[in-house]
Design a protein around this ligand. Sequence first.
Ligand code: ATP
Length: 512
Amino acid sequence: MLLTRLAQVSQEVAATSARSRKVALLAELFRDAEAADVPIVIPYLAGRLPQGRLGVGWKVLGRPVPPAAEPTLTVAGVDALLTGLAQVSGAGSQAERSRLVGELMSAATDREQRFLIGLITGEVRQGALDAVAVEGLAKATGAEAAAVRRAVMLAGSLQTVAEALLADGPAALERLRLTVGRPVLPMLAHSASSVAEAVGKLGACAVEEKLDGIRVQLHRVGDEVRVYTRTLDDITDRLPELTSLALGLRGERFILDGEVIAFDASGRPRSFQETAGRVGSRTDVATAAREVPVSPVFFDALSVDDRDLLDLPFTERHAELARLVPEPMRVRRTLVDGPQDVRQAEEFLAATLERGHEGVVVKALDAAYSAGRRGASWLKVKPVHTLDLVVLAAEWGHGRRTGKLSNLHLGARTADGSFAMLGKTFKGMTDAMLTWQTERLQELAVEENGYVVTVRPELVVEIAYDGLQKSSRYPAGVTLRFARVVRYREDKRPEEADTVETLLSAHPGVKP
Ligand SMILES: Nc1ncnc2c1ncn2[C@@H]1O[C@H](COP(=O)(O)OP(=O)(O)OP(=O)(O)O)[C@@H](O)[C@H]1O
């Protein structure tokens, strides 16, 4: 497929507000696409770069190059060139990158140049586009939109489903059923401001402790065990203790959902950093496992004996879980019948906090498991509120922090897929974090202006703050009071960051 086609459709989709028109435009595009183009077309439309980072600065991109008169670039050709660009390293790499970018830009028409610059700098990310693409894909291939959505949920990626559908038609969806050994995206939770609000919304529910560890999905098929993270990375080899525990369970074929966490000798949770460090360490796993052993705590069962449990009510899934997994390996919970039992739920929250955990997740008993979604039937309640924001830029530090990228510019998502800066912070960072972020942010840099380095909006950081206040200095009309870094959230994509809208609705007293 020619890049010009994609650039034009992308422009038209952005220009129309009618969803049906967007769907029709995408359906037409998919009908014309080769299956092999799809893994490129889908991220490009959403403003994502499959290569992640290119190491190309604004200095290189901003240099005007006369556009080509005729469109000749293909989507596959551009992708190959960008892959080459991402791999350039060593002496003379800056010059080589410049040469490649020059080559690309001079082969691009005016429209293509604008599209490519937007893509490479990550200026506009159309997070909502994937949902429209699902409908476009259904329309293009004659599949049911709901069936495509479920397949995406189970396959964990729209691209996989799109390739299969375009190659083999609706019959391909059959292959994409829940299978032990193939991870699915986990169900996520919404927030509630109190246990009373959560129980009021859900009625009969389970109130479970919310452990601050790392989400894991555990698969067992006979003697084979696999462990996946929330982003579906295979971390089996890093957590050998999970394999032995799984092999000791009664069933032979199952998928369980839970959290791994490190406890200290007295049974209290160790810090999140310790658990995350352990789960992250790939070398000398044996020593790491001795120093920071982790335990799984399961809260859901997605498949047992090849029976797909996803559409069953939580009560029934939990009964399967209880049959397989003995008590100490299951999350602590209390069942409440509805708002009349709010006291009981509040006491459970208090006891959970007392034991050192971060809060509770309140779950409707009759709800199905909505893989990959923030289901309305799981509500988390945490006394300490934090925000997940995106790093837009960083400033070179001075004094003790000379040579380090320190002060972060923080952005929340806006309705149009861009990010609005909410403020800055250099507080809360450990030395290790400073070193890590300096390296990582330089890889994402697109422009350096004095001491401010602008980056592709890719990194999500969790921020604690004391309140919101009006400010004419920032685009959303508000800024954070005493923002400080809690941790980086590499498991989250920028599309999952908090929005200006949710922030404002959490602070009804502040009017921008
Ligand atoms: N009992 C539980 N049930 C479900 N999730 C739990 C539970 N205990 C801990 N968790 C963790 O909490 C997360 C649910 O919160 P959410 O889906 O909003 O993700 P999150 O944004 O990472 O949450 P947070 O930032 O609050 O940790 C799950 O991904 C899981 O890792």
